[in-house]
Design a protein around this ligand. Structure first.
Ligand SMILES: C[S@@+](CC[C@H](N)C(=O)[O-])C[C@H]1O[C@@H](n2cnc3c(N)ncnc32)[C@H](O)[C@@H]1O
Length: 308
């Protein structure tokens, strides 16, 4: 496992993912009932943007730094920026970037609960330090896909899962899709969110086919490209596949995603696309099996691999 998120922290894909996360957590917190937040690939929690890895990659410059230096937008992007600012040790600087677990921690209420998995020992250690003694959290140094099998359904029974793998393994989809099928059955009321990279858009066909054929319920795709999605050599965009999305969230995401494309995109080449992949209820078991046999996970994943 070579992946280190510090190189990518605060890049455009992190920004879009975390704006989506804020949007979903706001919906969950809008009701008085408590919710559970599950993060299968949690990372270190907080990233120091002053570190040499961040400067070397330059990715945060084209993500959070670019967004934070433009006039503060209204709506969910503005609230996300406010949240990022609330982590800064110095008011006028952007020194650190909060990852998904810390964003969730800030947005959770007393009765809400979180379960985090992180496989890399160093990252898991940092994550524990960042979360501190917060009794609402369970932190597991373990494989996130195994965690899904062991930890779902959580208590309370309403909430969401974020699945945010590094896609450095060729067989990532071979693990992701079956784990998703099993997890959505174990937690039939949970919202599931899968992050995925976009290099050449045509290479996503296999991923879409497998998701749509998995019989896991309605799937909304929210995709953002900062450049045309026609180059296999680099990360041009990213997407969130939202399984069982909250009612009418596509309207909020459509507005936010086109705003992000305008603010983060390279001149002329940026795009955003929020659309339904499938609106259907889960298919019956026999249909799920048929579709699974026809799909080609390894080939699809090979083209989705890093750089993120
Ligand atoms: C993209 S980063 C996570 C970022 C985080 N979700 C966020 O938004 O701030 C992916 C993380 O998954 C971890 N990881 C890789 N394979 C894993 C696995 N099988 N189970 C759990 N964690 C894994 C990596 O060490 C890395 O920290």
């Amino acid at each position: 496992m070579n992946y280190r998120h510090i190189f990518h922290a605060g890049n455009f894909a992190d920004v879009a993912k975390h704006v989506g996360l804020v949007c979903l957590l706001e919906r969950l917190a809008a009701k008085g009932k408590p919710f559970a937040y599950v993060d299968t690939h949690a990372g270190a929690g907080l990233y120091d943007l002053r570190r040499s890895e961040v400067r070397r990659s330059g990715e945060a410059e084209e993500g959070i730094r670019r967004l934070a230096t433009s006039p503060v937008p209204e709506g969910v992007i503005g609230r996300y920026l406010q949240l990022v600012r609330s982590f800064q040790p110095h008011a006028d600087a952007l020194d650190v970037y909060p990852g998904s677990p810390l964003i969730a921690q800030r947005m959770m209420r007393e009765a809400d609960r979180a379960l985090l998995c992180e496989l890399q020992p160093g990252q898991a250690r940092l994550l524990r330090q960042q979360i501190g003694t917060d009794r609402r959290f369970g932190i597991h140094h373990r494989d996130g896909y195994e965690g899904l099998g062991a930890l779902l359904p959580p208590q309370p029974r309403r909430g969401m899962v974020l699945i945010d793998p590094p896609y450095e393994q060729e067989h990532e989809l071979q693990r992701l899709i079956p784990a998703l099928e099993q997890a959505t059955r174990r937690w039939p009321t949970g919202i599931f969110v899968v992050w995925y990279p976009i290099k050449h858009r045509r290479d996503l066909r296999g991923f879409y086919r497998q998701l749509a054929g998995a019989g896991i319920g309605p799937v909304l795709l929210a995709e953002l490209g900062v450049r045309p999605g026609d180059n296999e050599a680099r990360l041009n965009g990213s997407g969130l596949a939202i399984i069982r999305p909250p009612w009418q969230i596509e309207q909020t995401l459509t507005t936010a995603w086109s705003e992000l494309a305008r603010r983060l995109g390279d001149a002329g080449g940026a795009w955003s696309d929020v659309r339904w992949l499938s609106r259907s209820a889960p298919a019956v078991e026999v249909e799920t099996r048929k579709v699974r046999r026809r799909s080609k996970p390894a080939a699809a994943t090979a083209r989705m691999r890093t750089p993120r």
